[in-house]
Design a protein around this ligand. Structure first.
Ligand code: HAM
Length: 430
């Protein structure tokens, strides 16, 4: 038999019921958080023009896209993220929608990443974007929302790594480094190749003073935001725009803390993200048990303009649903996935099948998951199989009981049974 019949494509996963249930549970929480914060859902296609998805995402991400020509000869790709699609909407169909505009999306994404722990070629994200405001309160809202989601799903000891691309970019601009060179330097920093990044800066014409400032900055990080901000501000005092960037970050942090955001903040002056569209605050979510980000986001004020939609500032975040599920697992968190009761209705003979369907339909009308025995098994066989399948209750229909308007209710997990009136059945299933 060809192995294609037996295996998924490398990097692609089947999610069996327990895993699918966990993923959908987290998805449900992301929807709850969207609703509470006023983010309305938009559904965009999985397949988009390559050109749209490739704009401003950075060389690394571009290389990892699933790209192909469709039968109409269009160069298309599977979406590697939501931001480009949502920004396209805001630049076009939703351009005149009143601001602020808060949009939510959730679904599967595709990146040709090297498969490893927490890294898949098909994965799931929830995505929140806030359009129209360039104020620090919008950034703070995104941090608060992210913090609320982490609390809501029961994650512990999470922290946000946070920075501001304006600090390094403004220094590089002042030193005359062109934007595409800046992008390459930021990509190297994202990959933690600091020496290479500094060499490239040097080769791009950055002065010795500039290089010293950059080198010093790359060493500044810590989990006392105010102290770190002071140190950065001290280093960049001769670069007025970099100074503005750090003041902006300071205000964002102040507002996020005031909003009740509990996440520990680790501020890192050399922090960069692979995506090229960021213009301001950037952040990622981590837990101590894992060294991969559980989510990431930041401000991108020029992407809508690139898509022809005028100047609409934006800030957003995308929590990774698969990685959140992994993090909960690593922390040993048991999810409360809802209804645990499941009822199997077993008629003692085939004549009572119609009655069995009536009883199971009554239970479902009361919101109880119920099924009729469909394997033609005897009562004892059906009961022992039900146990293996996690059924909590069995309702046994015999001719005498049915005539009297009664049924036998067996509590499988408690190993006891009782005869109850049909009219009292739903309340007896506890
Ligand atoms: P990103 O950092 O590329 O940002 O992805 C966000 C999250 O998606 C990651 O932190 C991770 O949890 C998850 N993720 C990414 N790649 C994989 C993978 N191969 N396997 C499993 N999970 C993965 C963005 O996508 C931006 N669009 C976020 C954003 C929204 N910025 C502004 N608005």
């Amino acid at each position: 038999m060809p192995s294609a019949f037996r295996r998924t494509v490398r990097g692609m996963r089947d999610l069996l019921p327990d895993e699918a249930e966990k993923l959908r549970y987290i998805e449900m929480k992301t929807r709850q958080v969207a609703r509470l914060h006023g983010y309305r859902e938009v559904i965009t296609p999985v397949v988009e023009h390559y050109e749209l998805l490739a704009a401003k995402v950075g060389e690394e991400n571009r290389k990892r896209m699933y790209v192909f020509k469709d039968f109409g000869g269009r160069m298309v790709a599977l979406r590697p993220e939501f931001t480009a699609s949502v920004a396209r909407l805001v630049a076009t169909k939703m351009r005149s929608f009143p601001k602020p505009l808060r949009l939510f999306s959730v679904g599967s994404l595709y990146r040709y990443d090297e498969p490893q722990f927490g890294r898949y070629r098909e994965f799931w994200q929830a995505n929140y974007e806030l359009f129209g405001s360039k104020m620090p309160e919008a950034d703070a809202e995104i941090l608060e929302l992210t913090d609320n989601l982490m609390k809501e799903i029961g994650l512990r000891n999470y922290f946000f790594k946070i920075g501001h691309v304006g600090v390094l970019r403004n220094i590089l601009s002042r030193e005359g480094v062109a934007e595409n060179q800046q992008n390459s330097i930021m990509q190297l920093l994202d990959k933690k190749q600091q020496d290479d990044a500094l060499n490239l800066a040097k080769n791009s014409g950055v002065s010795q003073t500039g290089l010293n400032t950059l080198r010093n900055l790359l060493e500044i990080r810590g989990n006392d935001p105010n102290k770190v901000i002071q140190r950065i501000a001290e280093r960049v005092k001769n670069y007025s725009e970099a100074k503005e960037a750090i003041e902006n970050l300071s205000e964002i942090i102040r507002l996020a803390e005031a909003s009740g955001t509990d996440a520990k903040l680790v501020l890192d002056a050399g922090f960069a993200r692979g995506l090229e569209y960021y213009t301001g605050m950037i952040f990622e979510i981590y837990v101590p048990q894992m060294d991969i980000a559980l989510g990431g986001g930041g401000r991108y004020d020029r992407l809508i303009e690139v898509f022809g939609g005028g100047s609409i500032p934006a800030v957003g975040v995308a929590p990774g649903i698969d990685r959140l599920a992994l993090a909960l697992e690593q922390q040993g968190t048991v999810l409360h996935l809802g209804e645990k009761r499941k009822v199997l209705v077993i008629p003692v003979n085939r004549e009572l099948l119609g009655e069995a369907f009536r009883v199971s339909s009554l239970l479902k009308k009361h919101g109880l998951p119920a099924e009729v025995e469909v394997m033609g098994r005897s009562v004892s066989k059906a009961l022992s199989e039900a146990d293996k399948r996690g059924i909590s209750h069995a309702v046994i229909l015999g001719p005498r009981e049915v005539k009297e308007g009664k049924v036998v209710l067996r509590h499988l997990n408690k190993r006891r049974q009782e005869t109850v009136d049909l009219s009292k059945l739903t309340e007896s299933i506890t």
